[in-house]
Design a protein around this ligand. Structure first.
Ligand SMILES: Cc1cc2nc3c(=O)[nH]c(=O)nc-3n(C[C@H](O)[C@H](O)[C@H](O)COP(=O)(O)OP(=O)(O)OC[C@H]3O[C@@H](n4cnc5c(N)ncnc54)[C@H](O)[C@@H]3O)c2cc1C
Length: 410
């Protein structure tokens, strides 16, 4: 007999959501979370409409809305090749992508994690915070060993879950290989407050000069800002003036309302990342499964990580609840679906990055032509629909070199 049905390493979005669902379904669950407190690490705070649908399906939607979840309802794409009026004449309603879903859902990451963790505890899961996991094992007798404030511990389970993010200790120690694309661009993020004058129902993306800007309101004057820039400018926002320089980069002639964002107050750290894609060919072994970023991540340029994570949680929890067979063979459908899902999202993110996160005259001209051509032929934007409505809703021929060449005029 194992000590627990599930030991979950990592109590962020993936780990705590799975813990809540499985504990509520009657499983005994132990969550080992390294942090004592969830802090702003500049992670995802915008859930795509297809991801919101996953949140609804796993029964966590009301919980997230009760914690301050905020729906964004409209989108505007700005570009240096056209006036703000021209961009704003093409406002996109965001309720069109998933039936019954008002639009993307925004919620601060630390609050999101803590809300799920509290719900997991309320459902009966045991959570250890400040857990330093030192050893894990899978196979016939999965286990984890850890140190916390009370000393050294070891517990066994029927299944070990790696939900410990990008640098997953579990993935590494299981020997599951991680495939990675080279970084394509830099991506920095900052939460701001005091932006009450910003339309809280509207998200924007755009590009001007050497900077691609993205803004996602969270209500109550808070807005999550992200910016993309070239790899050879990696130190652009470092140093004492980094935050001020990042905010100043939002001042764009093509998007005058960005001034509200540039003048808002920083409400968290400014962190920057090398954006790339990473994936595992098989996110499970006998006795263990990986979910969320631990199983591989999508380039954050298209904001898919939370949606991917909630889909992972739904699929794995459905398999675990459907029968007592928790073998690697039983988890195979999850691995197959995830591989194709990530392949399609990788394609969409790479094409989006080629259009929105490359800079200089040639890239600006490519963007201008894409806006012009896709207005006449919306099929040139099909890959972008995948990130809003879900990668499975589009035909396979969208995710091919032919579509790539057609969009980029190669
Ligand atoms: C800059 C940036 C912007 C993003 N923007 C978006 C967005 O707008 N929309 C979106 O959907 N996604 C976005 N993402 C992706 C999204 O944040 C992730 O996909 C999501 O947080 C994954 O959740 P997770 O629970 O798998 O991992 P994490 O959120 O990383 O949580 C992992 C947890 O495991 C814990 N942990 C780690 N190691 C151990 C260990 N050894 N032992 C115990 N605990 C451990 C950590 O403390 C953490 O709590 C963004 C990512 C980045 C980097």
């Amino acid at each position: 007999m194992a000590d627990y049905d599930l030991i979950i390493v990592g109590g962020g979005i993936a780990g705590s959501a799975l813990a809540q669902i499985m504990a509520a379904a009657g499983s005994s669950v132990l969550v080992l979370e390294a942090s004592e407190v969830f802090e702003d690490r500049v992670r995802g705070e915008w859930i795509a409409p297809w991801g919101v649908k996953e949140v609804v399906r796993v029964g966590l939607y009301e919980l997230l809305m009760g914690a301050g979840g905020h729906h964004v309802q409209t989108h505007v794409t700005y570009d240096e090749s056209r006036s703000a009026e021209a961009s704003e004449a093409e406002i996109l309603p965001l309720s069109i992508f998933a039936e019954g879903i008002a639009g993307p859902l925004c919620l601060g990451h630390p609050r999101h994690c803590q809300t799920l963790m509290d719900a997991a505890v309320a459902a009966g899961a045991r959570v250890v915070r400040g857990a330093q996991v030192s050893e894990i094992g899978a196979g016939a007798q999965p286990f984890a060993a850890w140190r916390d404030a009370d000393g050294d511990h070891r517990a066994t389970a029927r299944l070990l879950v790696g939900a410990d993010g990008r640098a997953s200790f579990v993935r590494e120690n299981l020997g599951v290989p991680l495939n990675q694309d080279p970084p394509h661009h830099m991506f920095a993020g900052l939460l701001v407050e005091g932006a009450e004058a910003w339309d809280a129902t509207r998200q924007v993306i755009g590009a001007e000069g050497q900077f691609g800007f993205l803004a996602f309101p969270q209500g109550s004057g808070r807005v999550r800002l992200y910016g993309s820039y070239a790899l050879d400018q990696r130190r652009r926002f470092s140093g004492a003036d980094g935050t001020a320089n990042f905010l100043a980069a939002f001042l764009a002639e093509c998007a005058p309302a960005n001034r509200i964002l540039a003048e808002a107050r920083p409400a968290g750290p400014l962190l920057s990342y090398f954006n790339n894609d990473a994936w595992t060919d098989q996110p499970f072994v006998e006795g263990a499964v990986l979910i969320g970023d631990a199983a591989g991540w999508n380039d954050p340029i298209t904001g898919q990580g939370l949606s991917i994570t909630y889909r992972d949680v739904r699929l794995v929890s459905e398999i675990l609840r459907a029968s007592s067979d928790w073998s690697a063979a039983a988890l195979a459908p999850y691995g197959e679906e995830r591989a194709e899902r990530l392949r399609r999202l990788r394609f969409s993110a790479a094409l989006t990055a080629a259009l929105d996160a490359e800079f200089g005259p040639e890239a600006a001209e490519r963007r201008r032509r894409h806006h012009e051509r896709s207005a006449a032929d919306p099929s040139l934007k099909a890959h972008a629909i995948a990130v809003m409505a879900g990668p499975e809703v589009l035909p396979p021929d969208v995710f091919t070199p032919e579509h790539w060449a057609r969009v980029l005029e190669l």
